[in-house]
Write a protein that binds this ligand. Structure first.
Ligand code: NAP
Ligand code: MG
Length: 499
């Protein structure tokens, strides 16, 4: 009898596919039905140390990647973008099946990932740095600045955008000439493993990009703490972000953190009702609400409240939920644990006295019978002290609060420890700009919610993070700046000539 044992997916270290030193594996689950879809290695400290050593060797010893001229690095990154584009349907299917997002949303993510590689491939060949007109206290001088890669970068990502959050980090870090050690979320590593197959074929020098599959406690914490890592970038929860910052203090690593949010969506009574409702739905139900920038706090003017909420509930109740590969409006949450966390918040909201107008429970009909589905949930009559208003739920649950004046609206919007995103809906242009100016958040929208662009910076104020990804800022995060001062004089300075 032939028994074929499927190999677990492996780490990629120094240009080789490697088993983990622990011999342990992890089962990867389809959240739409609880079935096992693949198996990956579960790494230990030794594996991550090996990967860090490979990146260090690549950066500090061979230097092949960092010394390669920008144009050649760009060629390789364009090749990676092309390869990813060629397999985008396959990649989208992997993310949809592994994470639970509707297929069309997964395809949009992969398309964005392709553009992100192209963007940084292009950007690295553009002028940067600067020349300074400096004083002549020490004689005539020329001063200029160059950007250089930081070194070994540890990169850690969450499960909500399995591939895309990684690409936001890998593309600029590699474009800048760094060597990376990447750790995807343990729940959703599949598309990232495929991405490294593309790196392998595209001709990245060995050790420039390394992949370690394993838990945050083991692999992630080592990347944050290791003295051989020069920079750590992380997307995930604020609590883990704080741990990473503490661990990074040992060798004063550069740190980039993209953390949680509880973002306000402020709606005035002159806004177009249908449009505001549509965007508010995208704000909270896109990706099942598992979005760091989700518009999870609707703050609506009292004179608009009844009309708005009635229409929002009608639309939320009409949302289709099911197998993400059949492209419903919403798929399952990423895991049973995440579903239970969200259901727990729904219970808390009800106990706190908020009015649950729709949803408020699992979806179990038809395709949903065995998966981790939660119905779109709208809580009305919410007040600032409620936990469902203060804490990030990371699921399809939105709270509604009302205001009467613009001043009240901005106070309410800013009444949070987070500062990732926020939006305002109104036809009054001056008012829109006034409100946005007051909102303490890094990403804001006027009369829309969620559109994100590779060209523009992304990141949070307050406890939503440190630093920016995307756009030119996203490249600079992965660069050090060096000042070079040149003495233009041919004669001695004569500083000590009275000696
Ligand atoms: P998480 O628990 O913080 O995990 C994120 C990543 O960190 C995972 O790879 C995780 O590994 C790893 N990790 C866990 N503990 C660690 C430790 N002690 N040291 C180093 N790494 C560690 O977050 P999540 O539950 O996956 O994702 C949800 C959170 O991410 C939300 O708060 C959301 O707002 C935030 N998020 C923010 C953005 C943004 O751009 N601002 C984007 C997406 C998500 P394991 O997978 O093994 O646990
Ligand atoms: Mg977690």
């Amino acid at each position: 009898m032939n028994i074929t044992v499927k190999e677990p997916l492996k780490n990629y270290i120094a240009g080789q596919w490697k088993d983990s030193s622990t011999g342990r594996t992890r089962k990867i689950i389809n959240p739409a039905n609880g079935e096992i879809i693949d198996t990956v290695v579960e790494s230990g400290k030794e594996d991550v140390k090996n990967a860090i050593a490979a990146a260090k060797k690549s950066f500090y010893e061979s230097g092949e990647w960092r010394r390669m001229c920008g144009q050649d690095r760009a060629d390789i990154l364009f090749k990676i973008a092309r390869e990813l584009d060629n397999v985008k349907e396959k990649m989208a299917e992997l993310d949809s099946r592994n994470q639970g997002k509707p297929y069309r949303e997964a395809l949009g993510d992969i398309q964005d990932a392709v553009y992100c590689f192209r963007y940084y491939a292009g950007l690295i060949t553009k002028p940067c740095g600067g020349v300074y007109d400096v004083n002549d206290e020490f004689g005539p001088m020329h001063s200029y600045m160059v950007h250089e890669p930081v070194g070994v970068c540890g990169q850690i990502t969450p499960w909500n955008y399995p591939l895309l959050m990684g690409i936001w980090k890998m593309a600029p870090a590699l474009a800048a000439g760094n060597s990376i050690v990447f750790k995807p979320a343990s729940l959703t590593p599949l598309s990232t493993v495929k991405m490294f197959e593309i790196f392998d074929k595209a001709g990245l020098p060995a050790g420039a990009a390394n992949l370690v599959l394993g838990s945050g406690d083991t692999v992630g914490s080592e990347l944050a703490a290791s003295n051989d890592v020069d920079m750590v970038t992380f997307t995930g929860s604020t609590v883990v972000g704080q741990e990473i910052m503490r661990a990074a203090a040992g060798n004063l690593k550069k740190v980039g953190l993209e953390l949680g949010g509880k973002s306000p969506n402020v709606i005035f009574d002159d806004a177009d009702l249908e449009s505001a409702v549509e965007w508010a739905m995208i704000g909270i139900f896109f990706n099942q609400g598992e979005v760091c920038s989700a518009g999870s706090r609707i703050i609506v003017q009292d004179t608009m409240h009844d009309r708005f909420v009635k229409r929002l509930v009608e639309r939320a109740e009409a949302i289709t939920i099911g197998d993400p590969l059949k492209d419903p409006d919403m798929g399952p949450l990423v895991s049973e644990e995440q579903m239970n966390k969200v259901l727990d918040y729904i219970r808390i909201g009800k106990e706190e006295g908020a009015k649950c107008l729709c949803g408020g429970c699992r979806a179990t009909e038809g395709d949903c019978a065995k998966g981790f589905f939660v119905k779109p949930t709208v809580f009305d009559g919410c007040s600032p002290d409620m936990r469902i208003v203060k804490e990030e739920i990371f699921g399809p649950v939105v709270t509604v609060q009302t205001f009467s004046t613009e001043g009240e609206a901005t106070l309410m919007a800013n009444d949070t420890e987070y500062g990732l995103a926020g939006a305002v809906f109104t036809k009054d242009c001056a008012r829109a700009l006034r409100v946005i100016k007051e909102i303490r958040a890094g990403i804001t929208w006027i009369n829309c919610y969620n559109p994100t662009f590779n060209e523009a910076p992304w990141g949070g104020y307050k406890m939503s993070g440190v630093g920016r990804e995307l756009g030119p800022h996203g490249l600079e995060e992965y660069q050090e700046i060096k000042q070079v001062n040149i003495n233009l004089s041919e004669t001695p300075l004569g500083w000590y000539e009275n000696e």
